[in-house]
Each structure stands twice: as C-alpha cells, then as structure tokens.
Design a protein around this ligand. Structure first.
Ligand SMILES: Cc1cc2nc3c(=O)[nH]c(=O)nc-3n(C[C@H](O)[C@H](O)[C@H](O)COP(=O)(O)O)c2cc1C
Length: 181
C-alpha cells in the first residue's frame, strides 16, 4: 500500500459562507473538457474499476500520472489494497463502458463488457483502449472527499483507434485524430 499523506491545508475562512459553492464549482468544471478513462485494479483486494476523467500527467521523469479517486466509491478499498492500477483511455464508441463503470453496477457486471487482458501489474487492461498506462501507486494524498493517487507508469499499450472520447458540458464527444499521432 502506498504511503498516505493528509493535506493539512485548511481554509482560513472556515465557518464563513464559501466564496464558491459546490454547485458553482461543478458547473464550471463541466466546462473543462477531459479525456474519459476507466481505471482498473486487481490483486489481493479484488478486481474493480471506475470511470475517471480526473487523470493527468505529472512528469515524464519518472513517468508519473495522477488519478483523483473518490474515497466513498466502491472501487476505493480495492485500489488501495492492491497498490496497482491501469488507466485505460477510452475512444469513440466506448460510451457504454464509461456509463457502466460510472454507475452503481457490481464489478463482475462491469468487466463482462469489453475485452480485457491482464497487464504486467495484474490490473485489467482494455484491449481496444486508445492508450493504456499500467501503474504502481507510489503516493496517496487526501484532499477533501478524494484521494490524489500518484502513479508511476511501468507499462504502456497504444491502440490504433482514430477517435478519442472527451467529456464536456456533461456529454460525451468523440474527437478525431491520426491513428498513431
Ligand atoms: C465521465 C465520468 C467521469 C468521472 N470521473 C471520476 C473521477 O475522476 N474520479 C472519481 O472518483 N470518480 C469519477 N467518476 C465517478 C465514478 O466513476 C463513479 O462514482 C463510480 O464508478 C461509481 O461509484 P460506485 O462504484 O461506488 O457506484 C466519473 C464518472 C463519469 C461518468
């Protein structure tokens, strides 16, 4: 299990009405388009996975990305227990997978859709992912309702899909690129 750090930053105005409400923040974030991924895990904590758009690169030396994980989600315990995950980037036509892994369905039903192989870390890797990042979790930081997981990328797979999948304005949008760009 990766070391967990609790953010000690506190709002100096705690108690005062928030300058930005949760709903205003959510509405503004809906305008920030993001790639849609399915984050998977397997190991002693069991197989699980969830849809995530809060994924971004931290650095390429060592190759590291971060994933924001809601601590209240059903996948949280398994991800922490296993210490590994695979970020599977979705393409156009994968909306059904995003909805399945973003809903309240049990893990076995989630993995019944799509074709998966076992990655080097043991996490499920989607065969037709646009790109897949196989990771070891090296650090976890608690911020509010979420854990920010810092993940060292130990394996990669790149598919030939022409379309990526973006979530923008609470809708999916397929974006077209070159196959191996
Ligand atoms: C497009 C989309 C993006 C999401 N991004 C995230 C994310 O970055 N982090 C997260 O914790 N949950 C995210 N979610 C929500 C989780 O996928 C969802 O809460 C979880 O899979 C369902 O929780 P449950 O397994 O407890 O039912 C997203 C959902 C959707 C549909």
């Amino acid at each position: 299990m990766a070391p967990s750090i609790r953010s000690d930053e506190r709002d100096p105005d705690e108690g005062a009405p928030p300058a930005v409400t949760r709903q205003d923040y959510r509405n503004a974030m809906a305008r920030l388009g993001a790639a849609v991924t399915i984050v998977t895990t397997d190991g002693p904590g069991g197989r699980h996975g969830f849809t995530a758009s809060a994924v971004c690169s931290v650095t390429d030396s060592p190759p590291t990305l971060l994933v924001c994980l809601n601590r209240g989600s059903s996948a949280s315990a398994a991800i922490h227990a296993n210490g590994v995950l695979c970020v599977n980037t979705l393409g156009g036509g994968h909306e059904h997978l995003s909805n399945l892994f973003g809903g309240r369905t049990p893990p076995a039903e989630r993995f019944a859709a799509g074709e998966w192989k076992v990655s080097a870390t043991g996490a499920p890797m989607l065969l037709d992912a646009v790109a897949a990042f196989d990771c070891r979790i090296v650090r976890s930081v608690e911020v509010g309702t979420h854990d920010v997981l810092f993940c060292e990328v130990v394996g990669l797979a790149q598919g030939g899909a022409r379309e990526g999948l973006i979530y923008f304005s609470r809708r999916y949008h397929a974006v077209v690129g070159e196959p191996d760009a």
